[in-house]
Design a protein around this ligand. Sequence first.
Ligand code: SRM
Ligand code: SF4
Length: 637
Amino acid sequence: MVNTATAPLSNRKPSKVEGIKENSNFLREPVATEILEDTTHFSEDAIQILKFHGSYQQDNRDNRVKGQEKDYQMMLRTRNPGGLIPPQLYLALDKLADEYGNQTLRATTRQGFQLHGILKKNLKTAIATIVKNLGSTLGACGDINRNVMAPPAPFKNRPEYQYAWEYAQNVADLLSPQTGAYYEIWLDGEKAISAEEHPDIKAARERNGNGAIVHDSVEPIYGTHYMPRKFKICVTVPGDNSVDLYTQDLTLVVITNKNKELQGFNVFAGGGLGRTHNKEETFARAADPIGYVQKEDVYDIVKAVVATQRDYGDRATRRHARLKYLIHDWGVDKFRSQVEEYFGKSLEPFKQLPKFKYHDFLGWNEQGDGKLFLGISIDNGRVTDVGDFKLKTALRSIVEKFNLPIRLTPNQNLIFYEISPEDQEAIQTILDECGIVTNPDEISALTRYAMACPALPTCGLAITESERAIPGILERIRTLLDRLGLQKEHFVVRMTGCPNGCARPYMAELGFVGSAPESYQVWLGGSPDQTRLAKPIIEKLNHNDIESFLEPIFIYFKKFRKGKEKFGDFCDRVGLDAIREFSTTYTPGTPVSSGKSRHRVSLKDDIYNKLKETAEQQSKPMTELVHEALEQYFQNL
Ligand code: SRM
Ligand code: SF4
């Protein structure tokens, strides 16, 4: 049995952030002091603690001027398990965005909303407004359990979906921080007006059969130092991978009997995506199946996994601190035995599951009880009014008029539900008038399945553009596919401005990961349903070279795919070496669809070999190198 009260944080020197947490008096200082100061920004220590309260200090990177103070602003992130946004909260967020933010809302990849551009002096009002309108930002960021995800579909006739919502909420409650800091700082001590916690959860938080909780602590689950790093959970149903389940630290899959009564949960653990370029010891990792637990044990297994990471996760090196590294270093068996020690018994064998599929639930659908739901696609999650496309206006007027709840999706979209069929026409009219397409078949399929993280100008970690670059890049990929005779083809494209992987690019069929200004590492071979990790094919592709790089790959796919094989599956089957080999010998302009003639020039063997070698080194087609060399030669004539 592990005595958590005395378990060492680590044998190595804990990282600086561990000291900041320890000295914070359970997430109070230095935020409580600095929020009262008339300054534009927080200190480094306060920034770390502020994250636990759901806010990041940022600056508008477009406005950086050498020698001048940065244009400081705060990002606020909501915590809403299963993506639930009550109508009252939506209207409050919409107003806050206009009054204090950058007039946009940003639906995130974990079913939350972000507000950008809030000045420090307005932060308290913004957080207090969110809490008073049934929302929260507590634990949306920081070394703690993050927003718990669940499939957003409101199927009322499929009890498994209802269980996923219920348990996402309950697990979020179980792991929510118990310190009073949040209410003291942002609401002058007023307690939140929130729904009553389920008595089972309160009991589970206090139950300590096996050392899973920290005795006599304000934070029975976390202790003084909280988690070594962020911790991410989802609850899903068999076959539904709308939540990207392989990327989570902990995944629970609802298991029901033939009568659709809840029996228990399959448990996966150890997924995670963040990595650092050129640091092999960091990597994206897909979660492993760990076992099965009965429904009455679900809170204890969550506590046991959390306690294992809390007590054995690396607190010295933050880059190595996620649960995925602990499982990688220990192996699944050792991890499972430690979890079982906290759990107090063995896990049962994992139950067989059907194949997981990705669903986006867009368009008008029946929710199974006579009412309707409507999934609306939001480009990269950005809720805004641009020209004739007035998404922000449309969403606000729908909520104002029909008081509908919203479920944010893990793909940066949203679902209105509980819609009476007689309101369908009026809602559709609002959307039509605001230029919003609701028929998913009318949305370009590349755009529909794509995601990009915010990156510039708000994200301090961005190496290059993402959200602002992806529309143009998707359009160019579409044009290329059309030119190559692949008009009907589409696949999952995801882009991030750095390797942290916020839009989960490592699960995409085609992933772009910022690696230098205007350049991306390119990943290929994820599956259309996000059940497999992709692999990197090139480290730095300048965005100007996207067509010349992708053309040979698309041609190879077109020529050698098996039947209706999807792009990601093809890349995975043939492998990156074969793709590279094909690309280096590919001649652009091959009469695939254009019918243009191809010119041949013969080369001596030694020149050809040098050309091939250089093309491989530079990951460029040989023809491109020849073109470049000849162009230079002719210029110098
Ligand atoms: Fe993320 C840090 C945005 C989902 C991995 N993420 C950040 C920060 C806060 C940058 C920072 O630390 O200063 C970004 C703020 C940008 C901005 O201007 O708003 C940021 N992450 C986002 C969001 C908004 C992206 C989006 O397009 O929606 C997502 C917010 C989700 C939410 O509501 O909670 C978001 N981040 C993710 C995901 C995907 C997921 O959780 O399903 C990942 C990969 C999965 C994972 O965690 O392994 C992710 N974000 C990271 C990491 C790398 C973590 C690691 O293990 O190395 C960082 C950097 C860090 O923690 O040091 C990061
Ligand atoms: Fe910022 Fe990188 Fe996350 Fe994009 S992936 S939001 S650039 S941390």
